[in-house]
Write a protein that binds this ligand. Structure first.
Ligand code: SF4
Length: 280
């Protein structure tokens, strides 16, 4: 008898599934872990998304899905996959750079339970230097749009050694804008980040940010402060908080890092299952 998927992976529960719907993006950020993959045309079909959602719900008890890319607002069927995920009992999130594409966002309402805007640093100057001119203001325009529709929104920000000093200012602005959460994660030097000159943060830097944010009044906004401390990320266990699947089936497991290293496993969209990586 062939071993079950959980025997192969050691995973028995997945809290949140991150599905990259496509590689393409309307940016090419210096921070981006996709690197050259941003040029690839791979796109998931609605059926592949649906099958993955069913598989992870049935096999791993997953009930939260975050749709991302690349840029998910370039994915034509985003409103449809959001509706499908909700029908299957998932809480849904869209993680976007928030740069224009307002018509697509309008079509997605009311499906997402949360709109998450990705940021690369805490100030306009630092963010736009990594991403593109006017992208910081565009991201906050999109948050204001979400607030106007009573759509819960938050932000995610990659931490780098150069810009970690801007995060407290960002947290204060997000709090005042009405964000419900700020998700922080550490830069992993892969993809564009490997050659951009941006440096990963040290645990000393993140501990200092932890102490700074702990002293601030963050209001109702949730911040994942615990990932700023090294003791938060022990050796992997069978209970995975974030399992991310690329459009070609690569699997990343995340704790404190963005796109954390995966295990010796990939997701096969044809079989709709996790399978061992072919060692060849
Ligand atoms: S970091 Fe996000 S916004 Fe930037 S190129 Fe990558 S997918 Fe696009």
């Amino acid at each position: 008898m062939s071993p079950s998927a959980s025997d192969l992976t050691g995973i028995h529960r997945v809290e949140k599934l991150y599905l990259e719907l496509l590689f393409r993006c309307n940016m090419s950020c210096g921070i981006c872990y996709h690197g050259e993959d941003l040029k690839r045309r791979d796109v998931l079909t609605h059926e592949q998304v649906r099958n993955a959602l069913i598989y992870f719900a049935d096999r791993y008890g997953c009930r939260q899905a975050c749709f991302l890319g690349g840029e998910p607002l370039l994915y034509d069927e985003l409103p449809r996959v959001l509706a499908t995920a909700q029908q299957l009992g998932y809480q849904t999130e869209v993680c976007t750079n928030g740069y224009r594409r307002r018509r697509v966002l309008e079509a997605c309402v009311p499906h997402p339970d949360l709109l998450r805007i990705s940021l690369d640093a805490g100030t306009r100057e630092a963010h736009d230097a990594i991403r593109r001119p006017e992208s910081f203001d565009a991201a906050f325009d999109t948050m204001a749009w979400a607030a106007g529709r009573r759509l819960p929104f938050g932000a995610t920000c990659t931490l780098t050694a150069q810009h970690i000093g801007t995060i407290a200012e960002l947290a204060a602005r997000l709090r005042d804008t009405g964000a419900v959460e700020l998700q922080l994660h550490r830069l992993r030097p892969i993809g564009n980040a490997a050659t951009s000159g941006l440096q990963p943060v040290t645990w000393g830097q993140t501990r200092a940010l932890h102490d700074q944010l702990t002293r601030m009044d963050l209001g109702q906004m949730q911040v994942n402060l615990d990932i700023l401390l090294p003791e938060r990320c022990p050796q992997p266990t069978g209970h995975v908080e974030k399992l991310e699947i690329a459009p070609d089936g690569r699997v990343y497991l995340s704790c404190a890092e963005v796109a954390g290293p995966g295990q010796n496993v990939r997701y096969d969209f044809d079989q709709a299952a996790l399978v061992p990586v072919d060692p060849r």
